[in-house]
Design a protein around this ligand. Structure first.
Ligand code: F6R
Length: 251
């Protein structure tokens, strides 16, 4: 793993966008694996700026998102499809036909999972997979569990994730209880993975993900087995990591 410590969320956005842009410039038809949530918003804003001002061209890029809430269709303001249009797709010259997000409103969510895996395989998986990390160490909606699930699947969202995501909804009851998520295979098959995190609330998970045992109880720890992972985080998120923080005693 390559660890990059930057000063704040803004720098995370700039650094992440630079990496994504370099993939797109080298391979204009790249497949980008994308995430939602607060973490990637700065990177998406910077990519939109690069598209407008620096000729970064998304016309042949394909994107595959990690996950979607079950029960929300793409026009719902809290759906991940809606999020992606708001923060990226509507701000760059990407062809909407080349953007894929699991359909949370599919009549048969299990069938939708199978179709999504077929899609990932047909695209050859992501050239770059962008990930955030949950406070409980989830990646995508691969929540802490007794075993890793390789395939795209329907998952019951962990209570701690419902708490964390409540901020996007009016009430806790409105947060969907199930999601469709790419599984661990879909993530690990990416050529390159970029994990981003900011703030003290991510520090425990980030330390465990990078230096703890590889276990499905801490899903992000599986990234340790991938040969090309870059973690970009701020001082606070890295505060428990010995090189950057103050927790030398732990190692
Ligand atoms: C979102 C996703 C999640 C988030 C994670 C962190 O598509 O897959 O794993 O990346 O919950 O969310 P934020 O960035 O809001 O802290």
């Amino acid at each position: 793993m390559k660890l990059i410590c930057v000063s704040d969320e803004h720098e995370i956005g700039l650094e992440t966008a630079r990496l994504i842009a370099s993939v797109v410039r080298l391979k204009p038809e790249a497949v980008l694996g994308l995430a939602t949530g607060s973490s990637p918003i700065g990177a998406y804003a910077e990519l939109a700026r690069m598209c407008a001002e620096e000729n970064l061209d998304f016309s042949d890029v394909r994107t595959v998102n990690l996950d979607e809430y079950v029960g929300l269709d793409g026009s719902h303001p809290q759906s991940y499809r809606y999020f992606m249009h708001k923060y990226l797709f509507d701000k760059v010259n990407i062809d909407p036909k080349n953007t894929y997000v699991p359909d949370g409103f599919a009549e048969d969510p299990d069938e939708e999972c199978d179709l999504y895996d077929e899609l990932l395989e047909s695209l050859g998986y992501a050239d770059l997979q962008l990930l955030g990390i949950g406070v409980n160490g989830h990646i995508g909606f691969n929540e802490p569990a007794d075993f890793f699930i390789p395939e795209t699947h329907v998952v019951k969202i962990a209570e701690s994730t419902i708490d964390a995501n409540q901020r996007f909804f009016d009430t806790r009851d409105e947060v969907p209880r199930y999601a469709i998520t790419i599984g661990i295979k879909g993530i690990l098959c990416a050529e390159r993975i970029v994990l981003i995190a900011s703030g003290r609330k991510k520090a425990e998970a980030l330390k465990a993900a990078c230096f703890g045992p590889v276990t499905p109880k801490m899903p992000a720890s599986i990234l340790q087995v991938h040969p090309n992972v870059t973690v970009i985080a701020d001082d606070e998120a890295f505060s428990l990591v010995p090189f950057f923080g103050h927790d030398e005693e732990a190692y």
